[in-house]
Design a protein around this ligand. Structure first.
Ligand SMILES: [Zn+2]
Length: 248
């Protein structure tokens, strides 16, 4: 049974109730697939959530989350007693994500969208790659050479968009419609597999629009303060920007 990816519809939900669909005791560790989850599985440059699963008579920490096919697997570790246990298929479970970590990732992920938007508007170059951890991230751009004063200029442009407190809207649109949208074409909507009939769109209204399955905050004002920590060359036509996200 495909796992219902509840985080796609509500990034702010922290706890949920569902049922175990499968248990795997293989080499890769003890894990459970759930019918529904709020745990984000590693993907799209965003690392997985961690947290806790509880059920009648037991509990375990969720230490890794991965999507395999259309199911989300949650790796379980014991609570310090060394003995990991897993509830059998069909068991009702209650999940709680580590909200502090998730919210930091939501702010960081959104900061990267803001950075993409301002760099496109100012220098007209697309993103070539990126990655994030809570409150720190890097993103690569097709820049060559790095413009004079680039880091400081990018930082002040990002600060202005955060101060503008732009709303961030999530919607689901048919693929046939998404591939005609200029902003989505620019952010590589064509990389979404053709088998996906409906595209999730994350729109920082007036700034940046992407086909995206990650978790983001509701408005740019929630991001906090973004510092450009470093810019480095990763070869011809590829410059890396490192950012830190701080409380405002
Ligand atoms: Zn995103």
């Amino acid at each position: 049974m495909p796992t219902d990816l509840a985080f796609l519809h509500d990034a702010y939900a922290r706890t949920f109730d569902t049922v175990v669909s499968h248990v795997d005791r293989g080499d890769d560790g003890l894990g459970v697939a759930l019918e529904r989850t709020l745990f984000y599985p590693t993907g799209g440059g965003q690392p997985h959530d961690v947290g806790v699963l509880r059920w009648d008579g037991g509990s375990a920490r969720v230490t890794d989350v991965r999507k395999q096919g259309d199911e989300v697997w949650h790796r379980l570790d014991g609570n310090g007693d060394g003995a990991a246990v897993a509830p059998p298929a069909g068991t009702p479970v209650h999940g709680e994500i580590d909200w502090e970590r998730r919210y930091q990732l939501m702010r960081t992920h959104t900061a990267l969208h803001v950075l993409c938007g301002v760099i496109w508007n100012e220098w007209g170059v697309p993103v070539t790659g990126g990655n994030m951890e809570p409150l720190a991230a890097r993103m690569d751009f097709e820049l060559d050479p790095t413009p004079e004063g680039f880091g400081a200029r990018a930082e002040s442009l990002v600060a202005a968009e955060i101060a503008a407190d732009r709303p961030i809207q999530v919607s689901f649109i048919p693929r046939a419609e998404a591939v005609l949208d200029e902003a989505l074409i620019r952010t590589k909507v064509n990389l979404v597999p053709e088998s996906v009939a409906e595209i999730r769109v994350v729109d920082i209204v007036g700034l940046d629009k992407q086909a995206d399955g990650g978790t983001h905050v509701r408005s740019t004002g929630e991001v906090g303060r973004v510092r450009v920590v470093k810019t480095e060359s990763k070869g011809k036509g590829n410059k890396r920007v490192r950012i830190a996200v701080e409380d405002a």
